[in-house]
Ligand binder design. Structure first.
Ligand code: NI
Length: 137
């Protein structure tokens, strides 16, 4: 944090009480830290709504490795997006299912498209794309 500016916020007592309960349950030690995180989250959400913004994303998927050619297709997709794919982790969950986490960096629009391509492959049982904005304050 380069420079800190103090601000005052007026809140309805009931609203403040609910907020205090919420952040205590989440483990926050101070209102300031909780409010800073809320502001960052909102700014991040705003940034991620722009398809041209830079971001990092993790694609989580669960699939049966017996599915015809799925492993091969997954590998092909990652190799053809070599600039976006930073890393991947493969975990054998049980006799059939595998969990794969593919971490990517790039423009929100491009990563979303690749995430959708991965999740729509035949044999993928569950999946989601989780974004985090990569441009900080
Ligand atoms: Ni496996």
């Amino acid at each position: 944090m380069s420079q800190v500016e103090r601000i005052g916020v007026s809140l309805d007592k009931k609203l403040l009480s609910r907020f205090d309960k919420l952040i205590a349950g989440q483990g926050y030690q101070s209102r300031s830290e909780a409010i800073r995180d809320l502001v960052r989250r909102q700014l991040s959400t705003e940034q991620l709504s722009n398809p041209d913004a830079e971001a990092v994303a993790a694609v989580f998927l669960v699939y049966d490795h017996h599915s015809t050619k799925l492993t091969e297709k997954l590998m092909d997709l990652q190799h053809s997006h070599i600039l976006q794919v930073i890393s991947s982790i493969h975990i054998h969950l049980d006799k059939h299912d595998c969990l794969e986490v593919i971490v990517m960096r790039g423009r929100v629009g491009e990563i979303s498209k690749m995430g959708e391509n991965i999740l729509s492959l035949k044999g993928v049982k569950l999946g989601r794309v989780n974004f985090v904005s990569s441009e900080s304050d």
